[in-house]
Ligand binder design. Sequence first.
Ligand code: HEM
Length: 399
Amino acid sequence: MGMDYETAVASLFQPEGRLDPYPAYDVIRAHAPVFPAFENQWFITTHALVSRLLRDPGLRVADARDYDRSWPGWRENRGVASVVLSMLQTNPPDHSRVRRAAAATFTPRRVAAMRDVITAQATELIDEMPAEADFMSAFAYPLPIAVICALLGIPESERRWFRQRAADLTVVLEPISSEEEMRRADKAGRELEAYFTGLIADRRHTPREDLTSALVAAQETVLTGEELLANLVLLLVAGFETTTNLLGSGLKILMDHPGQADRLRSDAELAPAFVEEILRYDSPVQLTSRFTVGPLDLDGGVSLPAGAMLTMLLGSANRDPARYPDPHRFDPDRPNVQPVSFGGGAHYCLGAPLARLEAQVAFPLLLRRLPGLAPASAPVRRDRLVLRGFASLPITSGA
Ligand code: HEM
């Protein structure tokens, strides 16, 4: 209460503020839909504007050419390089070409076919869960890792290897990282690149039914070798860090709202509505940025110069009272929930159908098979601004 907007902005960059960024978002949003946060950087805070600007073809992401200008040595950090060279940070026409190739392999049919794998994996993890467990280690990490590895054709014995490397690599998405964190991101990038280089060589020699083989085949005609490698690393990393946080944050929300959890337990058909409201209520990705190419005039008389950085506060847009009345209330019965948690426009999350499916299968299964599920001790949040989730979430399954 009574926080001024400068304190609100500063709090997002401090560990305590990041624990709960929503009060700060309220202050910043109430101050302005387009908020001048730092030199040449604006925060976009409202649902209407974030949705519109994500779809604006006149805006771009920072791509390899931009990095060449601002940080000539960026390719030496292989953590940074694997993200920058992926489709996430590529503009048209390259983005459209790479995205089309990836979308042609990552088809709705391939995703729908994962339902049985997800159900079997989730059931196994629940059945193996000790009465007292850290939900993140026992379920929220291993499920998405198993699913993305099954899709990519990575053998089970390799799976445990990825958690730390992905965590080290995704630090490059944060606005501020220490030298030590950047060094670890580089190391993780190199190790992941080495792993996928081997996998690519194997599938080129002996194709299988997996997504890696399909992408390797696409490389013959439409992708460069560098693009293939960077996008495989992206699929792996984007494929579980975020979904892990959706599962962890979602379970915490359900445990905090036992009446709602009871409804989902007795009616699994409610899962899609619950998952959308969980995505809205605590977005696993809190922000993403775009840049203006030329001057941009926005409503309300705001004029931005060319080269301005627009940081879309997805977590703020999802709690905008102009779009969602009483936004801080978890309410799976809300009509017309369309969170911006998967972004929008050309870069709209390629894995959204898979992430949704995992969560829609997992929550009802967890609630049914573990009816005594409850928090065991205080959870610990990860100290991240962009990828929001828990480091640990101790639970008791009451068994
Ligand atoms: C892009 C969120 C799961 C693959 C994005 C973007 C967001 C996002 C916000 C857009 C970033 C931007 O516009 O700058 C999420 C969330 C997930 C999730 C919240 C889980 C709850 C997944 C999964 C996969 C995946 C499971 C793959 C298996 C991708 C890819 C892109 C992307 C490849 C880049 C698309 C492009 O640049 O064209 N995701 N994601 N994501 N996501 Fe996800």
